[in-house]
Design a binder for this molecule. Structure first.
Ligand code: ZN
Length: 297
C-alpha cells in the first residue's frame, strides 16, 4: 500500500481496528476497514473507507446531540486546559481571527474569551453554536478542502479533529490551512494518543506518533512551537479495567447531580465551584493525548 504522505514506501498492516467501535457505527463501516502504517512517516491511516460513509456517519451522530444548559462553560475542563496550555506558549493577541474545525456545540471560544475578549471566530460544524456573543461566523457544515473558502485567520483550533480527516485529503487540508493563515499564524492540535492506548476504532481515520506528527507539519512548512505527550505513562484501560470503570461511574453521577443543582444556585457560587472543580480535578482525562502548536513559516 502506498503511503498517503511520502507515496513511495510500502505501508504495512501493523495495527487493526478493534471491537471498541460504537454499535451504531457498524451501520456505516464495513468490518474490513483496514489500517496501514508507514514506518518512515510514522503515520497509520485507513484505506478502504469511503468519504460518503464517513459523512453519513457524522450526520447520524449529530441528530442526537442535546443543547447545553450548564453555566460557566468556559471552565469546561478539556477546553480550559487547552487554552492554559496555549497561553503558556503563545501570547493571545487582541483582535485575532480564530477558525475552529469541529467545535460541536461548545468549542474553544468561551475559554479563549476568559483571557482575550476581542476575538473574531469562524467555525465549521454540523451543529449550531449558540453562545450569546458577537463575531461568531459559521462557514459551513464541514470543511471541504476542494470547495470551501477560508478567510484569513491567525489561529486554527483543532481539538480532536485531525484524527477524523479523510486520509487522502490530509495534505490538501493542511496546505489549505497554511494558505489561510496570516504570517506567523498558528495551529493548535490535540489528538488522542490511540497508538499508545491501542484504541483503534472508527471513525478515527488517522493515527499518529509524536515524531510522525512533527515530521508532517515540518514537511508542510510549519515549525513546532510546543509539543507534549500527556499521560503517556498512565496505566492503560486494558491493564486494569476495574479501577477505571469505577472512577468513570462515580464521576458521571457527581457531574449529573451537579449539572442539575447548579441551575438553582447564584452565579458567584457556581463560578467559584466551576473553577475549583477544574483545578482540583487535574488533567481532564486519564488517557494519553498529544498536544502540538505549530507556526506557519
Ligand atoms: Zn510515508
Amino acid at each position: 500500500m502506498k503511503c498517503i504522505l511520502c507515496n513511495d514506501s510500502e505501508s504495512l498492516e501493523k495495527y487493526s481496528y478493534k471491537g471498541a467501535n460504537k454499535a451504531d457505527s457498524k451501520n456505516f463501516f464495513e468490518n474490513n476497514v483496514k489500517l496501514y502504517t508507514c514506518n518512515s512517516c510514522q503515520i497509520s491511516f485507513c484505506h478502504n473507507i469511503s468519504r460518503k460513509k464517513l459523512d453519513e456517519y457524522y450526520k447520524s451522530v449529530y441528530t442526537a446531540s442535546k443543547p447545553i444548559f450548564d453555566r460557566f462553560l468556559e471552565f469546561n475542563s478539556r477546553f480550559f486546559s487547552q487554552v492554559l496550555y496555549y497561553i503558556n506558549h503563545v501570547k493571545l493577541e487582541k483582535n485575532i481571527k480564530v477558525l475552529e474545525v469541529g467545535p460541536s456545540a461548545l468549542g474553544i471560544l468561551p475559554s479563549l474569551k476568559v483571557f482575550q475578549d476581542k476575538i473574531k471566530y469562524y467555525y465549521f460544524d454540523q451543529v449550531e453554536i449558540k453562545h450569546n456573543v458577537q463575531d461568531v461566523i459559521k462557514l459551513g457544515e464541514y470543511f471541504n478542502p476542494y470547495t470551501s473558502k477560508l478567510p484569513k485567520v491567525d489561529l486554527i483550533w483543532m481539538s480532536h479533529s485531525l484524527e477524523h480527516i479523510f486520509p487522502e485529503d490530509l495534505i490538501k487540508v493542511i496546505n489549505k490551512y497554511h494558505e489561510a493563515l496570516n504570517d506567523g499564524g498558528k495551529i493548535f492540535i490535540e489528538i488522542p494518543h490511540d497508538i499508545k492506548t491501542g484504541n483503534f476504532s472508527v471513525p478515527h481515520t488517522l493515527f499518529f506518533e509524536k515524531k510522525g506528527l512533527i515530521k508532517l507539519f515540518e514537511k508542510l512548512r510549519f515549525k513546532v512551537v510546543a509539543v507534549s505527550e500527556i499521560n503517556d505513562k498512565v496505566e492503560l484501560l486494558d491493564s486494569n479495567p476495574n479501577m477505571n470503570k469505577k472512577k468513570i461511574t462515580k464521576k458521571n453521577f457527581v457531574v449529573t447531580l451537579y449539572s442539575f443543582i447548579q441551575r438553582f444556585l447564584p452565579n458567584k457560587f457556581v463560578k467559584k465551584y466551576a473553577f475549583k472543580h477544574f483545578v482540583l480535578n487535574g488533567p481532564y482525562t486519564n488517557l494519553p493525548i498529544i498536544r502540538l502548536i505549530v507556526q506557519k513559516i
